[in-house]
Design a protein around this ligand. Sequence first.
Ligand code: HAM
Length: 417
Amino acid sequence: MYKTIRGTKDILPEEALLWQEAESRARRIFAVYGYKEIRTPLLEEAELFNRSLGETTEIVQKQMFLIKRDSDTIALRPEGTASVVRAWLENHLDKQEHFSKLYYLGPMFRAERPQKGRLRQFHHIGCEAIGSLSAELDVEVISLLSRILGEIGVKDFELRINSLGCAEDKKRLSAALKKSLKERLKDLCEDCVERYQRNVLRILDCKKTECKEAVGKLDILDSYLCEECGSHFKSVLEGLSSSGIPYKMSNQLVRGLDYYTRTVFEATSDKLGSQDALAAGGRYDMLIKELGGDTEGAVGFALGVERAMLSMDGGFKIPNHQLQAYIIPLSRNARRACLNTLQALRNNNIISDMDYENRSLKANMRKANDIGARFALLVGDDEISNKSVAIKDMRSGTQESVAVDNLQRILKDKLGS
Ligand code: HAM
């Protein structure tokens, strides 16, 4: 028997209903905030991610699923931001709109070690607002994230926020960190010793106790922002406060992708264990230029759907697609008439189905009960000859015979009541 690939998961019909509802609620909120959907391919040139996320990041170094074909190296997309910016430039939206608010839903791929809340194929609901440096836009994006989380039933999360500053500030912070951590290298975990060489900022958000302790002793984390970045961050925090969005400042939040500048944020839930990030995002003001455009300023977020599902606090009602009519042919002859009735009901948008397995009446009544059908419609030779259908109410157990011509109207009345 074949099995799913490690770190991937089937979403079975019951759970898929929950996904559909979460996705449609997210779409509705995106529309309320003026965001339009964009769909980009799952396959991209690997180089796009090397360039955008950074050669030294964990995703690029270790986690991309790569396909080599002829002289091309193609990647299964590990995230959506780089693809959206690529599409924005390639399709000249930069020239047509200058500023665009886009959202996306779909699978992402990372070859991580699978565990609870960490998959190799997982799903993002994300957005990117491209073409503006406005601090109010950071507030909008964060407010949009908390609204969507709330709307899909994730009530209990913490929003952590930091500013990495501009490229110059990041360089200054990295240099200061290198200097201060030089003496403490022996106290860091193996990964962080490597990060010290490749990407020293990442040491700040290492979850290991020894690294947290070493970093906790540093006093350089409050003073690296230039005046402009400092004032941008101040405006963002003021905007959040005046919008009533609770947040926690965290000067150790740096995020694992190189494109970030200025504001970075993460929503975490204590329902998730060690993989506690539900959603994350921030500004990536220089990425458009990095990918060949001439605009600065962009901000977005992505939320992990699987992790959101693990963090739901109830209050999330699955829509009711209950079968309204289940048609049971009582004889071989009746099957054709049943098919016609079924078609007519469906043309009237009555959720209906019929027995395709030639079950006995008893087995069919059990089935109608098991699948929660509201009415069973019985059609046998007698019904065909006098052009009628027997309607059995599965709740009350009562049964009545109605003329085929009146079936739609009577059924609609009953379903409406
Ligand atoms: P990210 O932090 O890499 O950011 O991913 C966002 C979210 O995706 C995480 O907070 C987490 O919920 C979920 N996630 C990540 N990896 C996995 C995994 N292996 N299994 C399950 N869930 C996972 C980004 O991807 C950025 N593109 C976000 C962004 C958009 N920044 C600006 N715009």
